[in-house]
Design a binder for this molecule. Structure first.
Ligand code: NAD
Length: 372
């Protein structure tokens, strides 16, 4: 079968679903690969790099299997041939209308972002790979705007104290931010309602600020909505920290809910001029009062609040590389014979979980998966 790699049409998107390197691995699974002209341009991969890897440049929309990053537009859905399989970020839980529209065509649609978060599927977990890049990039954005050293220095020209960074939420993105800020030399502190992450924070050199209110553990490893008492105590910690730190990076999310509000306008007002906040939850409503999704704003007291929603895409080559690898790993699972034939086995929880539409029939939502 033929795999098509198409150009992303979403404004500002820099990523591409396959790199020359991942194309080689797709060929190794027995597929032919067609890449739309300029598909990799914004990621720094010219057409020639794809042809050198063994792909053909041509009409990728007519392929049997179409690889994409973002969900397809109405027009793009119409371009898919009958019987085609589309794989990309679909966010089916948040896009019921898109799922209906996809169901109206005789196609199969697999949502890479619906890979269950079980150990076996980690190599396909695009939410983790993108959150890891975004957490790193959040620190780089903050350091750029901050305009001062992160590391402390004692020089002949005087002593410079290290920057202090608070990371709220120590999941995949938060841990990446803690690692990046620490390696630049900052003093890093972190919070999270999941007490089990304290050791991970410490192993990256950060200090875990425990909110001494017992939270009921959840069965799936994700945070649940926090109790009122927890929020009250956490708010005190955020107020103390806001007045002390130079940088705040917030990453707090609870699946299926709007982002929890952690940092109030009063906290922001208490920060020193020149301080920086990166609100990584901006697209889900924001953890910080005053965040504008997609933009960086400067408050009256000269605090910059960054609400960029494309942080992973700001490292386009790397983001495409990891996205492409996640896709190759899914295709390996779907091509057991390495014969360039995609098969779908609904007895496998991973394959079942990602399938939103099968041959024009809606298969979303899948039965719940036991998290391991
Ligand atoms: P996420 O993006 O949903 O949330 C980010 C973080 O925000 C989480 O650590 C969460 O606990 C935290 N948070 C929620 N409410 C908060 C609040 N009020 N204040 C502060 N922080 C708050 O989560 P994620 O980063 O995608 O993943 C979370 C965890 O899931 C991981 O750390 C890991 O344990 C698990 N996971 C497992 C796998 C796997 O394959 N086994 C893969 C990915 C993630």
């Amino acid at each position: 079968q033929q795999i098509g790699v198409v150009t992303e049409s979403t404004a500002g998107e820099t990523r591409v679903a396959a790199t020359p390197d991942s194309v080689r691995r797709l060929l190794g699974l027995g597929y032919e690969v067609v890449v739309e002209s300029e598909a990799g341009a914004a990621s720094g991969f010219p057409d020639e790099a794809y042809t050198e890897a063994g792909a053909r440049i041509g009409d990728a929309w007519q392929a049997d299997v179409v690889l994409k990053v973002n969900a397809p537009s109405h027009e793009e859905i119409g371009k898919l041939r009958e019987g085609a399989t589309l794989i990309g970020l679909i966010a089916p839980a948040h896009s019921p209308e898109l799922v209906e529209e996809l169901t109206a065509r005789p196609i199969t649609v697999l949502a890479l972002d619906a890979v269950p978060r079980i150990s076996r599927a980690q190599s396909m977990d695009v939410l983790s790979s993108m959150a890891n890049i975004a957490g790193y990039r959040a620190v780089i954005e903050a350091a750029h705007v901050f305009g001062r050293f992160f590391t402390g220095q004692v020089t002949a020209a005087g002593k410079v104290p290290p920057a202090k960074v608070l990371v709220a939420g120590a999941g995949v993105a938060g841990l990446a931010a803690i690692g990046a800020a620490g390696s630049l030399g900052a003093v890093v502190r972190a919070t999270d309602p999941r007490a089990e992450v304290a050791d991970q924070v410490r192993s990256l050199g950060g200090e875990f600020l425990a909110v001494e209110v017992v939270q009921e553990a959840s069965a799936d490893g994700y945070a649940k909505a926090t109790s009122e008492e927890y929020d009250r105590r956490a708010a005190e910690i955020y107020s103390e920290q806001a007045a002390d730190v130079d940088i705040i990076i917030t990453t707090a999310l609870i699946p299926g809910r709007p982002a929890p509000r952690l940092i109030t306008a009063a906290d922001v007002a208490s920060m020193r001029p020149g301080s920086v906040i990166v609100d990584m939850a901006a697209a889900q409503g924001g953890n910080v009062e005053g965040t504008v999704s997609g933009k960086a704003i400067v408050t009256d007291n000269d605090v910059t609040i960054i609400g960029y929603t494309d942080l992973a895409g700001r490292l386009p080559a790397q983001a495409s590389q990891l996205y492409g690898t996640n896709l190759v790993n899914l295709l390996k699972l779907l091509t057991p014979g390495k014969d360039g034939r995609l098969t779908l086995d609904f007895d496998d929880v991973v394959q079942r979980a990602v399938t939103v539409v099968r041959d024009g029939e809606k298969t979303w939502p899948p039965p719940p998966v036991q998290v391991t």
